[in-house]
Design a protein around this ligand. Structure first.
Ligand code: FAD
Ligand code: DHB
Length: 390
């Protein structure tokens, strides 16, 4: 088999890249380790920035997103028992974010790929990438017990944090930066109306909590938990009880509880790989970097990488110029590090860190108080939250 770009991974990064390349007339094949249903069952991001909205439109798959997505112009920060609104829209000259689940965005991209009958191999096992330091890279995999080989011009590693592409880069050519946080997020999805019409990020003495949503009838809530916790040991009742203890009286009163549709624990990590290019192999999305989820930057960073990578491939084929490919790492990393910094800062501001004691909470509350009362500080937060300019 031969293609122009072999894409490893059918998460949002791989699917979006495939669709944008197809629209530009560039052949591509996507290889995914799991089934499509499994990919859709992973409940992850909920908030998308303008860069991601624009790319979905450019890919021609934005119609349902515009119909069903909820536009949000602000968030509430809860600390010291009181809520304070940050007016993102007002502070950024009219910018917003949108509530549109990663599951829905992925489903739209999968549907488009199927309707156009574009090649995608689910349950592709033992994917291996090689010869990307030559002009003829290869990707091999097994499907239904048969070995297959794809010859290509380029490999796009969109295979997430545990993927094979980054792991195949020569150790001497790669530098990795990592911080692992001493807690995780226990998340619960329920078919219940959200407690508030915007998101609530809560700093409480019992730890961080987040009230998010997927629609007017579906809610997503998170509570900070120690890494030692097991999801099986958290009943729905125990979750709701803990969440309530971290909210303000009004939210506690209004919260509608119900059975969980999904419950899982996600660890928190900051991680960056430098560079993102290894000869003819390029990393995009979680394959190259991870942010702790506080502030919702992960999917949006993946979208930015895909924007730069798709335009670099298009430039290569249409204009015979490699300028975009040559500057890919540098352009992405400049934005990645700013989002990494923001996510690290917001995580530090909102969570309880074991062993840091009550003084740490006092410092946080002082910073939060400054943040919500200083227009300059609120603007810094708002600009970062809605997404820095490209
Ligand atoms: P992934 O979604 O991980 O996709 C990679 C794909 O590659 C997977 O389907 C995987 O099965 C496949 N794969 C892996 N290895 C192989 C292999 N060897 N061969 C073939 N296929 C392979 N981000 C936001 O922007 N906003 C949010 O609100 C937000 N909230 C989040 C909440 C939680 C609880 C979590 C955990 C994450 C959140 N994120 C958020 C982050 C976001 O979900 C990720 O950044 C996003 O999924 C990255 O997309 P990706 O396509 O790069 O990687
Ligand atoms: C969600 C996740 C986040 O990390 C965040 O900052 C906001 C919302 C969510 O899953 O809905």
């Amino acid at each position: 088999m031969r293609t122009q770009v072999a894409i490893v991974g059918a998460g949002p990064a791989g699917l979006l890249l495939g669709q944008l390349l197809h629209k530009a007339g560039i052949d591509n094949i996507i290889l995914e380790r799991h089934t499509g249903d499994y990919v859709l069952s992973r409940i992850r991001a909920g908030i998308i920035e303008q860069v991601c909205i624009d790319l979905m439109d450019e890919a021609g798959v934005g119609a349902r997103m515009h119909r069903e997505g909820l536009v949000h112009g602000g968030i509430d920060l809860l600390f010291g028992g009181r809520r304070h609104r940050i007016d993102m829209n007002g502070l950024t000259g009219g910018k917003n974010v949108m509530v549109y689940g990663q599951t829905e965005l992925t489903r739209d991209l999968m549907d488009a790929r199927r309707e156009q009958q574009l090649p995608i191999v689910y349950e592709a096992l033992n994917v291996a990438v090689s010869d990307f330091d030559t002009a003829r890279p290869r990707v091999t995999y097994e499907k239904d017990g048969q070995k297959h080989e794809i010859q290509c011009d380029f490999i796009a590693g969109c295979d997430g944090f545990h993927g094979v592409c980054r792991a195949s880069a020569p150790r001497s050519a790669i530098r990795e930066y990592e911080k692992v946080y001493p807690f995780g997020w226990l998340g619960l999805l329920s078919e219940t109306p959200p407690v508030h019409d915007e998101l609530i990020y809560a700093n409480s003495p019992r730890g961080f909590a987040l009230c998010s949503m997927r629609s007017h009838t579906r809610s997503r809530y998170y509570v900070q938990v120690p890494l030692t916790e097991k999801v099986e040991e958290w009943s729905d009742d125990a979750f709701w009880q803990e969440l309530k203890l971290r909210l303000d009286p009004e939210a506690r009163e209004k919260l509608v509880t119900g059975p969980s549709i999904e419950k899982s624990i996600a660890p928190l990590r900051s991680f960056v790989t430098e560079p993102l290019r290894f000869g003819r192999m390029f990393l995009a999305g979680d394959a190259g970097h991870i942010v702790p989820p506080t502030g919702a930057k992960g999917l949006n960073l993946a979208a930015t990488d895909v924007k730069y990578l798709s335009s670099a491939f298009i430039e290569h084929y249409r204009e015979k110029s490699d300028a975009g490919l040559d500057t890919y790492s540098q352009r992405c990393l400049s934005r990645i590090w700013k989002a990494e910094r923001f996510s690290w800062w917001f995580t530090g501001l909102m969570h309880r860190f074991p062993g840091e004691g009550e003084i740490a909470q006092k410092f946080q509350e002082a910073e939060l108080d400054y943040l919500v009362h200083s227009r300059a500080a609120s603007t810094v937060m708002a600009e970062n939250y809605v997404g820095l300019p490209l």
